[in-house]
Design a protein around this ligand. Structure first.
Ligand SMILES: Nc1ncnc2c1ncn2[C@@H]1O[C@H](COP(=O)(O)OP(=O)(O)OP(=O)(O)O)[C@@H](O)[C@H]1O
Ligand SMILES: [Mg+2]
Length: 776
């Protein structure tokens, strides 16, 4: 522990050892920025800074977890668990649970995901009688999101003639009214969307000086990774929190700024020196990640950008292999090439699958790669795309659970009020919405007060509505005494959702049932984990919070060895020995949407720089001459980026030639995974075997048979506490592995053990539940 600083080079040591005050590290890819951040935190703690006073903001929650683990290893202390670390969204969602009530939000507020927001916006557009072809809900949602990220509230919007005019010019004069409606409805539903998590935090810190002071005092040291991609809203939060102690450390690389279309603002880097006095400025130049060929090739690309801070990146690593460029005739062939190449490397060098990543510009490109990997039996995992929690049946179950916690949640209610069908039609729902808007109440409150208001709904339907409300209320009562699993299982059965899919009997129905089974298994696992933590309850609200903010990357436990497939945007900050960048074609990469201005093209180039610098040992760039886009086979032209790389670092496996090209632009959602399924289907080429329909296969049947007894299993704990547990005892835990007991406290049912696990973290476990085995 003493000399952990020696695991850094001199340039890295300087920012780590920098005394209090603001500092910024601007450096190229792979030069150890994230490492500096991690070691700085460890160093602060070693110097006696209380871990409660440190806040670290990272790009993914997974990165935060890994950082925590590393810090615990370095400082060898249980303190790391108290660090507030995570993405902006997860950290400030937590803060709003504590203090959001001051803004009128319940502490159990719901987090609306993109799908919820879009459904609400599309309902509002319909209710207002607007033309849905002019007011496209996705575009409207994008606009609202960008207002929020620029801190333009509804009031600010109406006070800004330029904005109002711009929307009027775009033939959307009611934009402001939609925005107003949307904000009101979210508020009434006790819900925040992702952008609100930042906007409302800003509002909270602005309007309530005592809250601001509390957190300024708490977060005396603030550290931000990937600072180049913070947006205005995030920038202001950080600035406000750091305003008292000025102990702010940011690290970033302007050459890797790839979110400007989402409001990320490179000027946050440039303004840093203006915002604070006596800023410590540090540069790192040595890349530890990649071979000379990769580093030099990446440098030759980024040099083409005019707008950038001057930087040097070099490496002492080996020269390594040349970057390989491969051309194929179709995307299917491209997939086969990638799979074949992975296969060969794996065999020749005896490598695990986790050494390989395939990166693409848009999610829809994954299909051809997936097909090829499957044919070769190479396990892979897709990050992004339609995630498990976005699936219909999962969202249905979760919506019921959300209602239990927050019955005002309008999107959840609309989703399940008539699913499974209980004879409550759309007209009735529309009437409820109108009444709710009229009285300024939630739909659920309207249902609870049906007797008191005059609604033209027949008495039969009224009874059905009352039954629905009573059912939710019965879940609420149950929720007070049981854990998330017991509740979720009961809800899945009682609401009839499971039965609905079972009745269906088709393979799709069975697959949906299996997914719900998987959800319940997941909840059970979660509850087991939470039960052992002294400060958690295993309640459904804890589970919902976990789900709302988890990204696919976060869920990666690293247990199973798979090839990683993801968009370049998601790959930021990660590294893999072998990287395949596929679809290196004009209009795809660079994207057709991003070639109108120099700055857009430069952002695409930075994206390419990010992609290439993920590779440690070798990079492959592939392109195809023909590609299916939106259902049509089109001719494709090799990306200009291929020719921009200094040729001494590349090897052309196939000579570049030119062909004419023409296809449709990308949409933003292609990158993040909210893929429009109908489009995906169109893109699917006609070749290949059709999915099997018909009788469920043996495997599915087995699962079905298994489902029932498994669901009926009691949750609970049959664990026997070993009486010999004492300070210093070495134990083995089913989930956390080996660890040493640091402390025993409490008596009887409350008896707890604080255990330092070898994995790095310290946990306080309730012995009544903990699955421990005494080792020595
Ligand atoms: N001084 C060092 N000695 C050994 N390895 C190092 C050193 N500094 C960094 N590394 C390793 O180099 C790799 C890149 O470091 P890191 O991820 O911190 O770079 P980065 O600047 O954050 O990259 P990016 O810009 O891609 O986010 C990591 O595997 C890290 O452990
Ligand atoms: Mg990094």
């Amino acid at each position: 522990m003493e000399n952990f600083i020696d695991q850094l080079n001199d340039a890295q040591k300087a920012p780590v050892l920098h005394k209090d005050g603001p500092l910024m590290v601007i450096a190229g890819a792979g030069s150890g920025k994230t490492r500096v951040l991690t070691y700085r935190i460890a160093h602060l703690m070693a110097q006696g800074v209380d871990s409660f006073n440190i806040l670290a903001l990272t790009f993914t929650n997974k990165a935060a977890r890994e950082m925590k683990k590393r810090i615990a290893e370095i400082v060898g202390s249980s303190e790391a668990k108290n660090l507030w670390m995570g993405t902006f969204h997860s950290v400030f969602a937590k803060l709003l649970r504590f203090d959001g009530d001051k803004l009128g939000f319940p502490s159990n507020y719901t987090i609306y995901d993109t799908q919820d927001s879009q459904r609400l916006i599309s309902a509002i557009i319909k209710e207002m009688g607007l033309d849905k072809d002019i007011y496209k809900y996705k575009q409207v949602q994008n606009r609202i999101s960008s207002y929020k990220n620029s801190l333009i509230t509804v009031k600010a919007y109406f006070n800004n003639p330029e904005l109002v005019e711009a929307d009027a010019m775009a033939k959307r004069p009611r934009m402001g009214d939609i925005y107003q409606n949307y904000v009101d409805r979210c508020f009434k539903a006790g819900a925040m969307d992702f952008d609100d998590l930042l906007l409302r935090t800003n509002e909270l810190l602005n309007r309530f000086p005592e809250v601001l002071m509390k957190y300024q005092d708490r977060f005396r040291y603030i550290l931000v990774d990937e600072y180049q991609d913070t947006n205005h809203s995030q920038y202001l939060i950080v600035k406000a929190l750091a305003d008292r102690y000025h102990n702010i450390c940011v690290v970033g690389d302007d050459a890797q700024s790839i979110y400007s279309f989402r409001g990320a603002n490179i000027s946050n880097i440039l303004n840093f020196q203006r915002d604070y006095e006596n800023v410590g400025m540090y540069r790192l130049e040595q890349n530890y990640r990649s071979t000379k060929n990769i580093v030099n090739a990446a440098n030759s690309i980024i040099a083409k950008n005019k707008n950038q801070l001057e930087k040097v990146v070099w490496t002492a690593n080996d020269e390594g292999a040349l970057i390989k460029i491969h051309r194929s005739t179709t995307d299917a062939e491209e997939g086969r090439y990638v799979a074949g190449s992975i296969w060969e490397h794996r065999m020749q060098e005896q490598l695990p699958n986790g050494n390989f990543a395939v990166l693409y510009r848009t999610n829809s490109q994954s299909r051809a790669i997936e097909d090829a990997l499957r044919k070769r039996d190479i396990p892979y995992r897709i990050y992004g795309g339609l995630s498990f929690y976005q699936r219909k049946e999962i969202k249905d179950v979760l919506s019921y659970l959300r209602l239990v916690i927050n019955p005002k949640d309008e999107e959840a209610l609309k989703r399940v009020i008539n699913f499974p069908g209980r004879g409550i039609g759309q007209t009735t729902v529309d009437k409820l919405v109108v009444a709710a808007n009229h009285y300024g109440r939630s739909i659920f409150e309207v249902i609870e007060n049906l007797d008191k208001i005059n609604l033209k709904i027949n008495s039969g339907t009224k009874n059905k509505l009352r039954d629905f409300a009573t059912m939710i209320q019965s879940f609420q009562i149950m929720n007070e005494g049981v854990d998330a699993f017991v509740l979720a299982e009961h809800v899945a059965k009682k609401t009839g959702i499971l039965l609905e899919f079972k009745k269906d009997g088709t393979p799709e129905g069975i697959a949906r049932m299996e997914n719900i089974e998987e959800l319940l298994n997941g909840i059970k696992d979660f509850v087991e984990g939470q039960k052992e933590l002294a400060d958690a309850t295993g309640n459904i609200s804890e589970f919902l919070e976990d789900v709302a903010l988890a990204t696919d990357l976060d869920k990666d436990t690293g247990d199973d060895d798979r090839v990683a497939l993801m968009t370049i945007h998601l790959a930021k900050g990660l590294e893999f020995p072998y990287v395949y960048i596929v679809g290196m074609e004009e209009d795809l990469f660079p994207s057709a949407m991003s070639m109108n201005t120099r700055s857009e093209l430069e952002e695409e180039r930075r994206l390419f720089y990010v992609a290439l610098t993920r590779a440690e040992k070798q990079a492959y760039l592939t392109y195809t001459q023909n590609r299916y886009r939106w259902g049509k086979l089109i001719d494709a032209e090799p990306s200009r980026f291929l020719e921009e790389i200094d040729e001494q670092y590349v090897e052309n496996l196939t000579p570049i030639d030119n062909a004419s090209y023409r296809y449709k632009p990308l949409v933003d959602s292609d990158i993040f995974g909210e893929v429009d399924k109908s489009k995906l289907r169109q893109v699917k080429p006609k070749q290949g075997t059709p999915p099997s329909i018909g009788k469920p296969n043996e495997n599915q049947l087995r699962k079905l048979r298994k489902l029932k007894p498994q669901l009926a299993q009691p949750v609970g704990n049959t664990n026997v506490i070993d009486p010999s547990l004492a300070e210093g005892t070495v134990v083995n835990h089913t989930r956390f592995g080996r660890g040493k007991v640091l402390k025993i406290e409490g008596i009887g049912n409350d008896k707890k053990a604080e255990i330092q696990f070898e994995q790095g973290n310290v946990k306080k476990l309730l012995l009544r539940f903990a699955k421990l085995e005494v080792v020595e």
